[in-house]
Design a protein around this ligand. Sequence first.
Ligand code: UD1
Ligand code: UDP
Length: 356
Amino acid sequence: MLIIHVVGARPNFMKAGPVIIALSQHKKVHQVLVHTGQHYDHNMSEVFFRQLGLPEPDINLSVGSGSHAQQTAQVMVRFEQVVQQYKPDFVLVYGDVNSTIAAALVCSKLSVPVGHVEAGLRSFDRTMPEEINRILTDQLADWLFTPSSDGDENLRREGITPAKIHLVGNVMIDTLVSLMPQVDTAWLELQGRFDLSSSFGLVTLHRPSNVDDPLALHKIVETLVIIAHDLPLLFPIHPRTRHRLANLGLSVDRLLLTEPLGYLEFLALQNRASFVITDSGGVQEETSFLGTPCLTVRENTERPITIALGTNKLVGHNMPQLRSEVQSILAGKRPSPQPIPLWDGHAAKRIASILL
Ligand code: UD1
Ligand code: UDP
């Protein structure tokens, strides 16, 4: 049995890793790993293969950056040739990035079955490029592996046949659970590198709605600089944000800016931070699992379970609220998360047994 996995952007690697490992336990399975090249900097791609123990990609489509249409079309044109050459029994796609929808569309036209890992999530905000990718990928997929029951409900409401929907839990948490024993070593190194002797906050931002709009970015960064008077704020900058920040004309000297970090380093920081300020999807999940307060600079989330059971709070673009939430966390008010069903480190094994 031949299975192709398609990955392309940073959050895909943490999702595909445990599924590849779980399927490799089965002798009759041959796996081919295709990297679309959507992300290509060393610290947005290669570092994760090493840290997550992933095999080198068998094929790199090297599509690189571009407009949505360019990127999606390039993946489609190049991936179609791979599918025609390898004739897989099925293809697995991950998450909600452009590489995900592009690969799913290619497969559906060539009548190759597709499994979507992390199906069913909805922000109900169609101005987000990811929301379009989610809805369309789920319409095309033959297996829909959901991380939480809200995903199942969303899919049923959209008319997906219930037999295709499988509630398996969260594969990103599988990666977290398996690599957690390594974070202390990473933490020791980071403590020295960034002089993190007392409490600190961690920041990530990359959503176009926050960073591509200069006014929105200005307001957020201004607020971060104020918060940084109370404690150090470490901000590993996504490349999209790095470009925008350079043109902002605002002094960011108070922030501890750094390049995007490896998975182990970033996990160690999430684990030790007093709070995380983010607009990342995956980080809302990881902080919830770790019990670290998460303040999400978005008006909505496709991961409502992280609010209901985890540590996530939406602050939207209300910067006075962001400041007051930070103050109350620093004053000792912390969320009390509950375990999220099936976020237990075994989601990928469930996927493998359903597929096989
Ligand atoms: C993409 C995903 C987003 C996901 C994010 C994870 C889409 C539509 N967006 O957003 O859902 O949350 O990845 O990080 O698929 N760049 C580099 N080096 C790289 C990669 C990108 O410099 O290795 C720069 C380029 O200038 C590029 C920009 O970042 O134009 C944006 O990259 P792109 O992949 O288009 O979107 P992301 O914002 O990374
Ligand atoms: N992450 C990382 N280094 C960083 C920032 C994030 O390894 O500097 C990890 C994070 O722990 C999570 C994933 O990247 O596993 C989330 O990816 P990202 O925020 O890029 O995308 P999203 O989840 O928003 O789609």
